[in-house]
Design a binder for this molecule. Structure first.
Ligand code: COA
Length: 195
């Protein structure tokens, strides 16, 4: 049983611990390096909590276990104009000019909790945010082409592969996957409910 919620002011060090666990576990699937994340001080993590909690612009969801309140999973999203890199855009088609979109980032579930629907609940919370708060037409993401488990997960969630991109600087190839939010809304449940 867990609750999906947003980190709040004062949660910086808890976010640090969660993100470092994710980077240690799956560093090959994230662009941020463990070393860079470890170097950030407490104030920087608190600043991240604030940045990821900007209504309609950025969001971060974490899964908190109901038994001991430990955090075991996370996923974030940011709308198009919040992106710091041109690498993170979506192709036209299917994302037509004038469409608004947001990118999912940082999805991670602690190994012991995988395969139990936790990632589904995080996605449902992001769909609700995307539809009701950000008002975007699409959610997109980049996933390493070798990350078969994540690709299968996102495909089951209704994301389609629409492009393949190479990033020589990082020596990786990623698939771009998108999901229409109107379609997502139809099946989304409120992400804040405990289960
Ligand atoms: C991606 C992630 C968030 C998905 O959460 P999850 O709890 O593992 O998701 P699920 O188990 O519901 O779905 C994973 C799918 O992969 C399948 N799968 C399970 N073990 C697998 C394995 N070892 N290899 C490939 N696929 C596997 C599952 O059967 C499921 O497919 P299905 O829908 O056909 O049954 C999680 O695996 C994770 O944190 N991975 C490491 C970080 C990461 O890759 N993040 C994504 C960055 S873009």
């Amino acid at each position: 049983m867990w609750t999906i919620r947003r980190p709040l002011e004062g949660d910086g060090l808890r976010l640090r611990a969660l993100r470092l666990r994710a980077l240690r576990d799956a560093r090959e699937f994230f662009l941020e390096t463990l070393e860079a994340a470890e170097a950030l001080d407490a104030a920087a993590w608190e600043a991240r909590v604030a940045r990821y909690n900007q209504p309609g612009r950025q969001v971060l969801m974490v899964a908190e276990r109901n038994t001991d309140h430990s955090w075991v999973a996370m996923a974030g999203a940011l709308v198009d104009h919040e992106s710091e890199s041109d690498d993170f855009n979506l192709p036209d088609p299917p994302v037509a000019q004038g469409d608004r979109w947001a990118m999912v980032w940082g999805a991670w579930v602690e190994r012991a909790h995988r395969g139990h629907g936790l990632a589904d609940d995080l996605c449902a919370a992001l769909y609700t945010w995307a539809a009701d708060e950000a008002g975007v037409d699409w959610l997109g993401l980049h996933v390493r082409d070798c990350n078969s488990r994540a690709i299968r997960f996102y495909a089951r969630q209704g994301f389609d592969i629409v492009a393949r991109r190479s990033y020589p600087a990082h020596r990786v190839t990623a698939l771009v996957m998108v999901r229409a939010i109107a379609r997502a809304c139809a099946g989304a449940s409120l992400g804040a409910a405990p289960r």
